[in-house]
Design a protein around this ligand. Structure first.
Ligand code: NDP
Length: 249
């Protein structure tokens, strides 16, 4: 097992049952981090935990719905009870049901706001007291290139949630400097994950599948997250944007 500035760190990751959350959990654990991972699909979480343990790493899985504040508290408390601190949280859970505003998929707007914004804020609320007490910490929030540009038609509410993620991360950056807590917003372009499947219309999913032909592997985002974590404590990487070379926006 490699030793690095990542080895021994306690890292909480939401949405680690698939995609870039799962890749990040596997990569960080391989580099010696102790990962505490949550999502709703416990069968998938159990597989990731089992694979990490089989490879000699350390991982704990906790069933977590990020729209339920006590679930997110429970995830972080599991890390604190076991390891007595949380060095890093990766607020990664997210959904992207794409549809034009005029389709009035109000339930999907609600869910995106609940998962992508409120779920992330619950993660922040769960770690902040411990990180302030510890005198250090690192909050990594997964935003998107659609947090820089509104994808229309279809992606308006998703983009709004990702603009919010970047705004929250910038606010945290300024507020938490004096607490020695680092903040990083990671903004990926298209990454090969299950995300496009979260749209409710088959025609939209098909369109996204075509668009995702240029997608880059989730390992590339995991590597960027690892890079931000492994910097010396005095180095605060605040924004990382990663796109496929072929992606225009
Ligand atoms: P996936 O669909 O593969 O992963 C999404 C993760 O979020 C899953 O682990 C899922 O777990 C979790 N999740 C969804 N709803 C909830 C919930 N209510 N509570 C807890 N966890 C939840 O997609 P990605 O890996 O691509 O997505 C990860 C992040 O990356 C998201 O924030 C997404 O917006 C962002 N992103 C992705 C891009 C891409 O092209 N793939 C581009 C830019 C940003 P479960 O269903 O088991 O609960």
């Amino acid at each position: 097992m490699a030793t690095s500035n990542i080895a021994g760190k306690i890292v909480v990751i939401t949405g680690a049952s698939s995609g870039l959350g799962e890749s990040t959990a596997r990569l960080l654990a391989a580099q010696g981090a102790k990962v505490v991972i949550g999502a709703r699909r416990m069968d998938r979480i159990d597989t990731v935990v089992g694979d990490i343990a089989a490879a000699g790493g350390e991982a704990i899985g906790v069933k977590t719905d990020v729209t339920v504040r006590k679930d997110v508290e429970g995830l972080v408390q599991t890390a604190l009870k076991k390891f007595d601190r949380v060095d890093v949280i990766v607020n990664n859970s997210g959904i992207m049901p794409i549809a034009p505003l005029v389709a009035l998929k109000v339930d999907e707007w609600d869910r995106m706001i609940d998962v992508n914004i409120k779920g992330l804020l619950y993660g922040v609320a769960a770690v902040l007291p411990a990180m302030q007490k510890q005198g250090h910490g690192h909050i990594i929030n997964i935003a998107s290139v659609l947090g820089f540009k509104v994808l229309t038609p279809g992606g308006t509410v998703y983009s709004a949630t990702k603009f919010a993620v970047r705004a929250i991360t910038e606010g945290l950056r300024v507020e938490l400097k004096t607490h020695n807590i680092r903040t990083t917003a990671i903004s990926p372009g298209v990454v090969a994950t299950e995300l496009p499947e979260s749209s409710s219309e088959e025609a939209t999913r098909q369109h996204l599948r075509d668009f995702y032909k240029i997608a880059i592997p989730s390992d590339s985002i995991a590597s960027a997250i690892a890079y931000a974590i492994e910097q010396p404590a005095t180095v605060d990487i605040n924004e990382i944007v990663i796109r496929p070379t072929a992606q225009e926006f």
